[in-house]
Design a protein around this ligand. Structure first.
Ligand SMILES: O=C(O)C(=O)C[C@]1(C(=O)O)C=C[C@@H](O)C=C1
Length: 240
């Protein structure tokens, strides 16, 4: 259905559901658990909290990093949540909520290589293989910053970290929150300087272009989630 932008909030309430586009491949924000057949993560819990504040159900709509913008701009969902970077390129076609996290791109590698990969220049060498998931800002970053290193595209952002451990690639450059979690999930991998990312980044929720009333609501809900400690509680339950 094509909802007039200014009526988005009313339409969601009337519809009884909040359709949330999410990729399900990005811990700790959005993860599709195949066995349990459900979505888990910081942004999944926050989506449920947003839906509940509206008195509606959250309905998760699967998307991919490649299809995210197309799925969103063709109206497959009301909001997109799950570790999405705010970019000016996307902002030309959509609105973003206020940013809810600041982090940025940082490397992760086998721990024995930590000293070898301290900077972009260290990584950008012909004998270094950088593995990257396609379609998002990780791919954009490595394509812009690396010219000599080998770039290997690997489609599954869930098993991608295992590839480094197995020696199929040397480094991945991802978001610092993610590298800090993945080093815990993969003993042998080390997040490299996550406190000093190689590039500044912010995460936000993707909203329909022009949906000013809905954006005002989401921003206020987010503000309250932060002010009341709900945001921190949800965050801490996924990042131990
Ligand atoms: O495109 C974005 O918004 C993202 O931040 C998503 C993105 C990516 O850049 O590919 C970020 C980190 C994860 O490793 C997976 C997905």
């Amino acid at each position: 259905q094509n909802i007039g932008a200014e009526n988005q909030l009313d339409a969601i309430i009337k519809d009884g559901k909040l359709r949330v586009c999410t990729t399900g491949d990005y811990k700790p924000f959005t993860f599709h658990d195949k066995t349990a057949d459900n979505y888990q993560g910081i942004d999944i819990d926050l989506a449920k909290s947003l839906a509940s504040s509206l008195g509606v159900e959250a309905e998760f709509v699967a998307t991919t990093w490649k299809k995210l913008l197309a799925d969103f701009t063709t109206g497959k969902c009301d909001i997109a949540m799950g570790g999405i970077s705010v970019t000016l390129e996307r902002q030309k076609q959509v609105f973003f909520s206020e940013p809810y996290l600041v982090n940025g791109k940082a490397p992760i590698a086998r721990c024995e290589d930590e000293a070898k990969f301290q900077s972009i220049a260290d990584i950008d060498k012909p004998d270094v293989t950088v593995i990257v998931n396609p379609g998002g800002t990780n791919e954009k970053f490595v394509r812009e910053k690396l010219s000599d290193a080998k770039i290997e595209i690997y489609p599954d952002n869930v098993t991608i970290f295992r590839q480094i451990l197995d020696g199929k690639a040397d480094v991945m450059i991802a978001e610092s929150v993610e590298t800090e979690l993945q080093e815990k999930l993969h003993p042998g991998l080390c997040a490299i300087n996550p406190e000093k990312p190689l590039q500044y980044g912010e995460m936000g929720y993707m909203l329909p272009e022009g949906a000013v009333v809905f954006k005002a609501y989401v921003d206020q809900w987010l503000h309250l989630a932060k002010a009341t400690g709900e945001f921190d509680r949800i965050y801490a339950s996924h990042v131990k």
